[in-house]
Design a protein around this ligand. Structure first.
Ligand code: UDP
Length: 233
């Protein structure tokens, strides 16, 4: 069983089957998964994405400056983080939202020692605003924050149950890997996280598990050390 996990939830995951925004049913489902995992005594930190609301690359397409767009994307992650925080608190959990961009009326600034203290006290810590810097992604924020807080593993919750040799939604012959080394994933050109995020994990010997967050009980099983999804280490 892991002691401290970092869960990465993409904005798209929160969107559910909608085209945009946050699906309340999905939020409720994630909340109950997280609560069950927390009840085991596992310390949980969460990095939320913002792709359901805004991505910096979209900005360029619509004539908005890239850096400006990236900040808009980071603010979107705070919006998601606030929704998640609210859902978790409604379920009786204690939480803190910490942001890589200062906005003290809505959340705390990210301070490593304070984040660790919250975790030790049993609070679920949500990290918003990514790394606080443009040209990064929330996957990189997940790797970075996980290293900073000494998490045992990065759990990347997705819509598919692991890493496949090809896109399983397009190629019927695609096979799932149960585990891979960082080197193998790199050599096979598998797109697990962006290179910055991936390299950070590799260099700091931080394992990643890619798993299906939408399957009930999956997070709970993985947090207890049961094998599901794909382990990269
Ligand atoms: N972003 C950024 N720096 C970061 C994290 C995120 O500039 O450290 C911006 C970037 O524009 C990104 C957007 O925020 O596209 C939303 O994050 P991401 O695309 O990683 O969200 P996800 O795909 O996980 O929903």
């Amino acid at each position: 069983m892991y002691k401290r996990i970092l869960l990465k939830l993409s904005g798209e995951a929160l969107m559910g089957n909608q085209q945009f925004g946050i699906d309340p049913k999905r939020l409720e489902q994630y909340t109950s998964e997280i609560k069950a995992t927390k009840n085991l005594g596992i310390e949980i930190a969460i990095v939320v994405g913002g792709g359901n609301i805004f991505r910096g690359v979209q900005a360029e397409e619509s004539g908005i400056d890239r850096v400006q767009g990236d900040y808009m994307g980071m603010l979107a992650t705070v919006v998601n983080g606030m929704a998640l925080q609210s859902a978790l608190e409604k379920a009786g959990l204690f939480t803190r939202l910490m942001s890589g961009i200062n906005m003290e009326q809505v959340c705390e600034p990210f301070i490593k020692r304070r984040a660790v203290r919250h975790l030790e006290k049993g609070r679920i810590v949500i990290f918003g605003a990514g790394t606080g810097n443009p040209y990064f992604t929330t996957d990189s924020a997940a790797s970075l924050r996980a290293i900073e807080i000494n998490a045992d593993v990065v759990l990347k919750g997705t819509r598919v149950d692991g890493v496949y040799s090809a896109d399983p939604e397009k190629d019927p012959h695609a096979t799932r890997y149960s585990s891979l080394t960082f080197q193998e994933a790199y050599e096979k050109g598998l797109n697990i996280m962006d290179m910055t995020a991936f390299t950070l994990c590799q260099e700091n010997k931080l394992p990643i598990i890619v798993f299906d967050m939408n399957k009930n009980g999956n997070l709970l099983d993985i947090a207890q050390g049961k094998r599901a999804g794909t382990l990269i280490n």
